[in-house]
Design a protein around this ligand. Structure first.
Ligand code: ATP
Ligand code: MG
Length: 513
């Protein structure tokens, strides 16, 4: 391709960076060709975000050099890198939720004081949206936008600020395949306009589909860069997991052995024509949803994010806001019970947003393991917490779930995503469960951690637990679910049995087809 010359637009030489005792980057060499989409792969905690944050001027390298178009640069903050045409979309949104998309776009750029200039900005932004196929309503508050749309806002913001090198840190975590394909189209248009892109993801399939080259970072060490037109998914797995044996499907999902299990005679959970109001102002209300889940069964829920998945999970663990219909747990109507009362019935919940909803980021691992269990007799008597018991159980969780941490006193928010999720799952599975409700438990996890989560879900199923497994990733759902229900605009459109799994068919239901 002619616009992909061998000019290195960006290059790092021997970049090292430590956080206290953790060496996040160890003499990393990395380079970008002009006009390429360059994938960056590596396990949780490999140093991907750190490397990009160094390029973006957010972190200062301990040693090494950065060259921009052949010239050595020294960025002291993102202000410097933005001026030099580097834009970064971080792993978690940096938009101001209370502001509209438009306000977020012009925030921090010059000349936004007068309404006339605002009008000019709006016009320019609309042109960019048109040009790159990234449409979204400019007047909507960001907090009311689904995850996929927020990414679009952030990308347009970077381009609007003049980025010609765009760093995307795991942009597809909560996107379904269709949304990924749309995003890819937009990225290709940008590339044709001279933009160079770094694309961080855990999904090998996306790398092979989207990228020209890909680099693999593990344990802070650059393992190599491959030409993705020549490399196979096995080549990439080998670079990522030199010593580990991981079997993957056609779609590059870890293969799990799912044994035959006898289902319970009666359902553990039944929803009968359940309608419920969302807890959020612009959330999606549930409309007459009905299904049963039996013990020993994983019911997957597929859908594009923001179609009532969160509401579905929440109404089960907090059965309020019900406007019609009923929820039965082990044959008993539970409408109106509190979350505590639901948890007392051997139910646990793994929410979607790990950092905001599942953990107390500033608390240590011990505090976090106790969350949701604090009223159980084994952890308290007369309201006094038995800390020794909690600590002992926490140590067991760390061991059993392979949490990489110095000890149980570690602040949980400082762990990598995969390690936080291991704690969250260990906590959920402290007791034998009748029902586990879990929403995107593998989001942002590396392949080894995805395999780990799958194995735990399948083990639960073997023990006779009913699992409600909500996920945007259809490949993952198809790998471990006994049945898959499709949710769209708050309605459960259809439930597919395993022998009816067809990606195209399920996918078209997800978009309302
Ligand atoms: N601000 C920080 N303070 C302390 N340690 C940090 C900080 N940022 C990163 N680390 C540590 O540096 C290492 C690399 O982290 P980094 O976030 O770059 O990994 P990553 O490859 O982006 O992982 P993930 O796929 O989970 O996003 C990890 O061990 C992490 O705990
Ligand atoms: Mg990261």
């Amino acid at each position: 391709m002619d616009n992909k010359s061998e000019v290195k637009v960006l290059e790092t030489k021997n970049i090292s960076k430590s956080f206290g005792p953790v060496q996040a980057l160890d003499k990393v060499n990395f380079d970008l060709n002009k006009g390429e989409i360059h994938g960056l792969l590596g396990e949780n905690g490999a140093g991907k975000s750190t490397l990009m944050n160094v390029l973006y001027g957010l972190y200062k390298e301990d040693e090494g050099d950065i060259y921009l178009r052949g010239e050595k640069v020294d960025f002291n903050s993102p202000i410097d890198s933005i001026k030099n045409g580097i834009g970064m979309i971080h792993q978690s949104s940096t938009l101001v939720p209370e502001f509209t998309a438009l306000e977020n776009l012009i925030l921090g750029t010059e000349g936004n004081k007068m309404s006339l200039e605002l009008k000019g900005a709006e016009k320019k932004i609309k042109n960019l949206q048109e040009e790159f196929g990234l449409k979204f309503p400019l007047g909507t508050k960001v907090k009311d936008l689904p995850a996929g749309v927020k990414k679009k806002v952030e990308i347009i913001r970077a381009i609007y600020r003049g980025a010609n090198i765009l760093i995307l840190d795991e942009p597809t975590t909560s996107l379904v395949e269709k949304e990924f394909e749309q995003l890819l189209k937009s990225l290709k248009k940008m590339v044709n306009n001279g933009v160079t892109i770094v694309f961080i993801t855990h999904k090998i399939k996306e790398v092979l589909q989207a990228c020209d080259r890909a680099s693999v970072l593990t344990g802070g060490v650059m393992q190599g860069t491959v030409d993705t037109t020549k490399a196979t998914k096995e080549d990439l797995v080998k670079l990522m997991f030199q010593n580990q044996e991981i079997n993957i499907t056609e779609s590059a999902i870890p293969i799990i052995d799912v044994p035959e299990v006898e289902k319970t005679e009666k359902p553990v959970l039944s929803l009968n024509n359940l309608s419920a109001k969302s807890n959020e102002k612009d959330g999606t209300d549930l409309k007459s949803v009905s299904f049963d889940i039996y013990g020993g069964e994983i019911l997957g829920i597929a859908g594009i994010s923001g179609n009532g998945q969160k509401e579905l999970a929440e109404v089960i663990i907090d059965p309020n806001n019900i406007t019609d219909g009923e929820i039965n747990l082990l044959g008993e109507k539970v409408n109106g019970l509190t979350t505590n009362q639901i948890f007392d019935r051997n139910v646990f919940y793994i929410p979607e947003d790990r950092k905001k909803e599942a953990i107390l980021g500033r608390g240590d691992i011990t505090n976090n393991v106790l969350l949701g269990h604090q009223r159980e007799d084994r952890f308290q008597s007369n309201g006094i917490i038995k800390w020794k018991k909690v600590r002992d159980d926490t140590k067991d969780v760390i061991k059993e779930y392979g949490v990489k941490t110095p000890d149980e006193k570690q602040q949980i928010g400082k762990l990598s995503g995969g390690n936080i999720q291991r704690v969250v799952i260990g906590r959920a599975l402290l007791n034998d469960l009748d029902l586990l409700v879990t929403h995107s438990p593998t989001a942002g996890l590396d392949m080894a951690s995805v395999e780990f989560v799958f194995k735990r879900l399948v083990e639960l199923r073997s023990k006779g637990t009913a699992v409600l497994y909500i996920n945007e990733d259809l490949d993952e759902l198809m790998e471990v679910s006994d049945r898959i229900g499709v949710i769209h605009e708050g309605k459960l459109i259809e439930i597919f049995n395993q022998d009816q799994y067809d990606k195209y068919e399920i996918g078209s239901k997800m978009i309302g087809g």
